[in-house]
Design a protein around this ligand. Structure first.
Ligand code: CP3
Length: 355
């Protein structure tokens, strides 16, 4: 079956088509904003154990779909399973986010366990297999991984929320040594995504949450070039499985990113002008986004207007409605339900108030 023949709106959009109704899902659509997630989380023990227990990971994946009926399920896992599979110590501390024993030198890269990654990640593939048997006909299954640069940020800085001084200094002072780390991550990530696709993932998203921290040369070397290698590896092993790139913070460099990586779709920041997206990016690939996640927290007329403006500007071309970054834990689920109504009613809602 070709992609264009798919009945799944998400896959239609990623193949360059315009589905009957706009496809939508939300980054981080599973998680703490849902009471049923918090209840499941309490049963699960450690966060990585949660990710590696197919029963629980399947349930966490499906929770948001039961409430809101998104057009895609995204595998419940985390980008930091790759450093974990490589043998780096990874902990998720309550209320603090991830903590890793940082790696800082090329010797640390050599000490990573490059063999046996796929064995370690077998429970994730099992989760995907079970999910692919449990989705409605119109719902697509998205696999994912972190992009090498963003995963390296956590591996080198040891946690999120830093100014990235350590990793940027390493990349500048010893680009060859740092390249060795990126190379390990390119290979591990490509193998991981290929196995996800073989297990039943119909599209994959590559999260580059820290792409915006780099200057143009660094962006080419550490963001676009490694992502291109992953896109090529996936295209060679599993042709027809589209890649959505998410170079958060890249701004208008999203265009260079799309051209250089060959992604089928690109996730966009909320501050990018909609007419620029429609005129410049959308002719080249499917665009995904770009509602401000804080607007979803706030809800009300502001959120509704932003959502409708996005739909009006982008839904006549290849488009996937999403946020510009993940759902925040403080998001009221009722606001997500309202957003679902607005998207589902499109284009009828175009006539509504606020435009
Ligand atoms: O989108 C989904 O619903 C699928 C699951 C998913 C998770 N993490 C589950 C998760 C996905 C796609 C991710 C991606 C991820 N993980 C990214 C890229 C996207 C982004 O937000 O920028 C990053 C940078 C991470 C690393 C990570 N994992 C951080 C920084 C944190 C702590 C902060 C936070 O948002 O909670 C996590 C933990 C995490 N990953 C949780 C979930 C549901 C919360 C864990 C808990 O329940 O305590």
């Amino acid at each position: 079956m070709t992609l264009k023949a798919s009945k799944k709106p998400l896959l239609q959009a990623l193949a360059g088509g315009v589905p009957e109704r706009p496809a939508w899902w939300l980054m981080r659509q599973a998680g703490r904003y849902l009471p049923e997630y918090r209840a499941l989380r309490r049963k699960a023990g450690g966060f990585l154990d949660f990710c590696y227990t197919p029963e629980l990971a399947v349930e966490a994946t499906l929770q948001p779909l039961r409430r809101f009926g998104m057009d895609a399920a995204i595998l419940f896992s985390d980008i930091l399973v790759i450093p974990d599979a490589l043998g780096q110590e990874v902990d998720f501390l309550e209320g603090e986010g991830p903590m890793l024993r940082p790696i800082r030198r090329v010797e640390d890269v050599k000490a990573l366990k490059k063999n046996g990654i796929l064995d370690h990640l077998r429970p994730v593939f099992e989760t995907i297999k079970r999910l692919s048997l449990n989705l409605e006909a119109r719902t697509a299954l998205i696999g994912f991984a972190g992009a090498p640069w963003t995963v390296a940020v956590y591996m080198v800085e040891g946690r999120g929320g830093t100014d990235l001084a350590t990793i940027r200094a390493w990349a500048r002072q010893d680009p060859g040594g740092f390249q060795a780390l990126i190379d390990v991550l390119v290979e591990a990530t490509a193998d991981y995504l290929v196995e996800q696709a073989r297990s039943g993932a119909e599209a994959v998203q590559v999260f580059d949450s820290w792409a915006g921290a780099l200057d143009d040369d660094e962006f080419r070397r550490w963001v676009t070039a490694p992502t291109r290698r992953i896109v090529d590896a996936l295209a060679a092993a599993c042709p027809g499985v589209p890649v959505i790139g998410f170079p958060r913070g890249a701004g208008k460099r999203a265009l260079a990113y799309v051209e250089a990586t060959g992604v089928a779709g690109v996730g966009l920041d909320h501050d990018l002008p909609l007419d620029w997206i429609a005129g410049t990016l959308q002719p080249k690939c499917a665009v995904q986004g770009n509602l401000d996640n804080r607007a979803l927290v706030a809800g009300g007329a502001g959120m509704e207007k932003q959502a409708r403006d996005i739909l009006a500007a982008l839904a006549t071309g290849p488009f996937v409605f999403n946020l510009a970054h993940g759902v925040l834990p403080e998001t009221p689920p009722a606001h997500v339900a309202r957003l679902a109504e607005i998207i589902r009613a499109w284009p009828a809602s175009a006539k509504g108030a606020g435009r």
